[in-house]
Design a protein around this ligand. Structure first.
Ligand code: 6GU
Length: 236
């Protein structure tokens, strides 16, 4: 899978060189390319923002540098411009977007080419989204109901959630099956040795060697945890 990121803070993405995703990049499973939006500014001050029409606080990111950056990234291997069908999936992290979930991550993990456009300030000129929809598909996506300073940290979270679902990135695919949110429930609690530690004992059923009872206990724990911590998931 190819993933491009457009940002005015490329350094945010340096950590993609470590851990699981770093290894996946080294192995050629993920082709991640980070671009500095300022490289596409058209003035010598490398300006990427301006004051909002209609007034108001903060600055808005200008459309021209975005269009140049997205055009370059969406250009097909044959040098031709992409269209809505042949182009990448453009993802703009935004607190005003639809909610990102494990289902979204699953869906995106089957894509060939994702492009994350990270906005800063009060946002990106709205026309950029309309333009991007002519050279690919566009989604505005939020991590949750709180505000971050920009799309970078949100894009990192989404890249990790999607990247680990790309075949081969996680060594043992079994570990992807029993996770929180994969079956709509939170994950069951986990324990390792020693069986007794500082007065806390591992639940006896896990030491019983009885696979059926272990499976039943874990299921009960999943439901109970979800009921107390995330009742909204059961309502869905
Ligand atoms: Cl995707 N972006 C920003 N800026 N803030 C957020 C968010 C995204 N998701 C939650 N808060």
């Amino acid at each position: 899978m190819r993933i491009d990121v457009v940002t005015i803070f490329p350094a945010f993405f340096d950590v993609l060189e470590v851990s699981l995703l770093g290894r996946a990049r080294g192995a050629g499973l993920l082709d991640i390319r980070v671009h500095d939006l300022r490289d596409h500014a058209t003035d010598r001050h490398r300006t990427v923002d301006d004051t909002p029409y209609g007034g108001g606080a903060g600055m808005v990111m200008k459309p021209e540098p975005w269009a140049l950056a997205l055009d370059e990234i969406a250009t097909l291997d044959e040098g031709e411009a992409a269209d809505a069908a042949s182009g990448p999936l453009f993802i703009f992290p935004s607190p005003a977007g639809e909610r990102f979930t494990q289902a979204t991550a699953r869906e995106w993990s089957a894509e060939q080419h994702l492009v994350f456009g990270c906005g800063r300030y009060e946002g990106i000129d709205e026309r950029v989204f309309a333009y991007a929809a002519t050279i690919g598909r566009v989604r505005l996506v939020s991590l949750g109901d709180y505000v971050l300073n920009g799309g970078e940290v949100a894009a990192m979270a989404m890249i990790e959630a999607v990247g680990r679902l790309v075949p081969g990135v996680v060594g043992n695919p079994d570990s992807l099956v029993e996770e929180s949110h994969e079956d709509g429930l939170l994950e069951y609690p986990s324990y390792t040795k020693p069986a007794s530690w500082r007065g806390y004992d591992v639940p006896g059923v896990l030491l019983s060697g009885h696979h059926g009872r272990v499976a039943q206990w874990r299921r009960e724990q999943q439901i109970e945890r979800t009921r107390t911590r995330r009742p909204d998931l059961l309502a869905d």
